[in-house]
Every structure is written in C-alpha cells, then in structure tokens.
Write a protein that binds this ligand. Sequence first.
Ligand SMILES: C[S@@+](CC[C@H](N)C(=O)[O-])C[C@H]1O[C@@H](n2cnc3c(N)ncnc32)[C@H](O)[C@@H]1O
Length: 304
Amino acid sequence: MSRSVALGGDPAARHALLVAPSFPSFRLLDMGRGRKLEAYGDYIVDRPEEQAMGSPRLTRAEWEAADAVFDGDAEDKAGRWRLRTEPFESFPMRWNDLGFLGRFTAFRHMGVFPEQAAHWTWIEQRLKAIKGRRPRVLNLFAYTGVASLVAARAGADVTHVDASKKAIGWARENQVEAGLGDAPIRWIMDDAVKFVQREARRNSRYDMVLLDPPKFGRGPNGETWNLFDDLPAHLADCIACLSDDADSLILTAYAIRASFLALDDLARPLLEARGGHVQSGELAIPIADGRLLSTSLYTRWSRT
Ligand SMILES: C[S@@+](CC[C@H](N)C(=O)[O-])C[C@H]1O[C@@H](n2cnc3c(N)ncnc32)[C@H](O)[C@@H]1O
C-alpha cells in the first residue's frame, strides 16, 4: 500500500506526495552526489540521478560492489553499462506476484519505473471495485506494459499503445512472464496523439485512461511529441475518450522542468468538469533510512 502525505491543508488533499512502497524485487538503497544505488531483482545497480544532491550514506565499498554501473548522464542520451557479470538480455522481477522482466537499456532505464507501484495498487483497487461490466483501460506511452498487466490481471480489457516496436516486444514478453498470455490486451504500435484522436472519432470510450508521456518523443512515423506543446490538446482528447461513467485517469510526467502545480493547473479544470476528485503531486521512492527520492509528477482523477 502506498503512503500518501498531504502537502498542505485542505481541501481534501488536493496535493499529495505518493510514496511508492518498495517491493522484494526493487529497493532504493542509497543516493548522493548525482547517483543512486538500487536493487533490481538480484542486481545492485548504480545510475546517474540529478535529484540526488545530498551525500551518500553507504560506504564507498558498498557502492563499488554494484553489479552494473551506468556511465553517461543526460536523461535522453544513450550511455554505457559496465556489468560485472556477462552481458545478458533481461532478468526476472515480481510485484505482488506479477512477474515481468527487468532490463539494462541503452538509455539507462531498467525496463520498469518502480515508483509507478504507487499507481499500480490504485489501478488494481479501482478496477476490482467496478462491478457489472468488464472495465476498458487505455494505457498510452505504455512502454513495457507493467500497468497494462496490472489492469489485465484486475479484470480489464486493455488497449496498450506505444510508438516503439521494441517496447511493444518487451511488453509482450512481460505478458508471457506474468502468465497472462490469454488476457485481453490489444498491443498497438502507434502515435498516442493520433490513436486517441481516432478513438474519439470512432466513439470508442474507456473506463480508465493512463498516460505517461516523456518530455520528447516520436511516433512510429516520425510524429514529434513535445510535452509542453502537445500535452494540453492530448489530455483534452484523452478526457473525451472517457465513458460517461468512467472511473479514473492518471497522468504522469518525468524529467520535465515543471512543478506538479503546472500539471494540476492544466488537468484540474478539465477533470473537475466531470465531477469526482482530482489529486496532484509527486511520486517518490523511499530509502530504508527515511529519505525520499522524487521521481515524477502526477495528476490523477477518480469519479468517487
Ligand atoms: C516514460 S516511458 C513510459 C513509462 C511507462 N508508463 C511505465 O510505467 O513503464 C515513455 C514511452 O513513451 C513512448 N513514446 C514516445 N513518444 C510516443 C508517441 N508519440 N506515441 C506513443 N508512444 C510514444 C516511448 O516509446 C516510451 O516507451
């Protein structure tokens, strides 16, 4: 269960820090001097982290025992892994008995964003509470699909959209790893913006929409995505794809120079027009010593 810390007075925790719980396959061990030390599955990983401005608490020897170190610092530039072990493609991870694969990718990512666990719990609880119909979930910029699998396991029909053929391939491998091979998931390689516009025109509606756009991206046909320019219209289109009795929407944004208040300012009026509750804030990952690492901004809406 994630911890939620209200960031200031009423009304009804409009803003909250969501602290994602660690899980056996993932722990943040330490951070400092622009790096973070994490445990993914059986591997200790040392990666750059701009937010880690303080001092590390573990010893140099503990950092040097890492199995994998990523060199290269810019978030959107490829870098290089130094692995102590033989290079390998992927390794098993689990969250709440859901299996998926961790990976050492060229852009320093690990094939999963563990802070999203704060949302996974919420997605699962909300979908299970929908009675009398099979919920439809749209997952945009969906990457390796852990949220798609969480939703499918909770009983939803899932539409998973990502521009990257590689990411869709990894997501399908995760489906097998999760033992959800027969789950109703549509895997769609498309530009999220175009896909949502088409769904709106086709009158295709969803109970839950998840969108996790990067700062910059490209659709499969070279369509450009720039969060600051494109999010306002895209979010409005996503909201148009919610059914009349839709349950929820989660917007997350990574590595952008903006406050969560900017997301809130954009999303709140659009979502509050539908009634229900809107909450915005940051996602954070805890270290056992009590410190927190902020990773991203979010706004989420629920009907109840
Ligand atoms: C930050 S990742 C999303 C992380 C994911 N939600 C998770 O929790 O695992 C961004 C993803 O957006 C995809 N992407 C970038 N531009 C896109 C576009 N125009 N349309 C669809 N997907 C896009 C990338 O291929 C990448 O997989």
